[in-house]
Design a protein around this ligand. Structure first.
Ligand code: CP
Length: 318
């Protein structure tokens, strides 16, 4: 792997706004190497041997938690998963004490998923080890943003000048905020559409073109990123019914046909099939949903490797 002057050694990864284009490039290039390891019969290198990683997840997760766990294990680290439902958090232990308790046990890297915006920043002030934000409220999901970019680049598309349409619940979506910031930074053109009630009031300040009709956002798009309707956060009646949402904003084959023929369909998962995405679109040739899941491991391997080794011991990865 080519050497880079950029280093992420010891860095907390809280969002993509605070990473430079060069740092994002380094992560994506390193992920390419990690994907080669994933294709080996024995998916194991010793780069992080002797290091401990704690996956501390305060929210349910399948993809993010499993892929961070696999990523750490493929790189030889000791990985411990703490899901709050099975921890002393249910006895009332606060985030600070939970972090400190784990720190007293081992010197670790924390991967943290928390329901409240700013939780990862708070933990940085409590603990010295590297913190990787696996998602905090509606704020940021940096590893998802990186794996989406990686997936598009792997298809031979350059991010610069690409038209990306993000459809759905922008207000509650950490994926949307992350991707808007990242794709703008990498030179793409970002368009959004969704119910007015699910668009942040300052949406245009994020550097996107807002469309009233989903068809206008999708027209000639290179990438359509379909957001999950977060039913668990929809307690305020911000759209009338799921049926109406599917009718007005759901992405079906007819709507997708408005995009470029080689459009890539992204969805962070889990999908509400028949709501924000039809069954046919979820399974169509343009859907990269399975690849996103697989690339999530490679990108998370790159994040762990770069933050924990500063990109050193490359010889163990090649
Ligand atoms: N994309 C994503 O965050 O999925 P999970 O909720 O399954 O981790």
């Amino acid at each position: 792997m080519a050497k880079s002057n950029v280093s992420l050694g010891g860095r907390d990864i809280l969002d993509l706004e605070s990473l430079s284009v060069e740092e994002i490039e380094l992560i994506l290039k390193t992920a390419e190497e990690m994907k080669k390891i994933m294709k080996r019969d024995i998916k194991k290198v010793p780069s992080l041997r002797g290091k401990s990683i704690i996956n501390l997840f305060y929210e349910p997760s399948t993809r993010t938690r499993t892929s961070f766990e696999l990523a750490g294990k493929y790189l030889g680290a000791d990985v411990v998963n703490i899901t709050t439902g099975n921890s002393s958090v249910v006895k009332g232990e606060c985030l600070r004490d939970t972090i400190l308790t784990v720190l007293w046990l081992v010197f670790v890297v924390f991967v943290l998923l928390y329901c409240i915006v700013g939780a990862a920043v708070y933990v940085v002030n409590v603990a010295d080890p590297v913190i990787i934000n696996a998602g905090d409220g509606a704020h940021a999901h940096p590893s998802q943003g990186l794996l989406d970019m990686f997936t598009i680049r792997e298809q031979g598309k350059s991010l610069k000048g690409l038209k990306m349409a993000i459809i759905g619940d922008i207000l509650y979506s950490r994926v949307a905020r992350t991707n808007i910031a990242a794709w703008n930074k990498m030179g793409a053109e970002v368009h959004v559409a969704g119910p007015m009630t699910l668009l942040p009031h300052d949406i245009e300040a994020l550097g996107v073109t807002v469309h009233k009709h989903v068809e206008d956002a999708i027209a000639d798009a290179d990438v359509v990123d379909i957001l999950r309707i977060q039913l668990e956060r929809q307690k305020k009646g911000l759209f009338p019914t799921t049926r109406e949402y599917a009718r007005i904003f759901g992405i079906n084959e007819k709507r997708l046909a408005l995009a470029k023929p080689d459009v890539t369909v992204l969805h962070p998962g889990p999908m509400n099939r028949g709501l924000e995405i039809s069954w046919e679109v979820g399974y169509c040739d343009n859907a990269a949903i399975r690849t996103e899941v697989q690339n999530g491991v490679a990108v998370r391997m790159a994040l762990l490797f770069l933050t924990l080794t500063g990109g050193k011991h490359i010889e163990n990865v090649d």
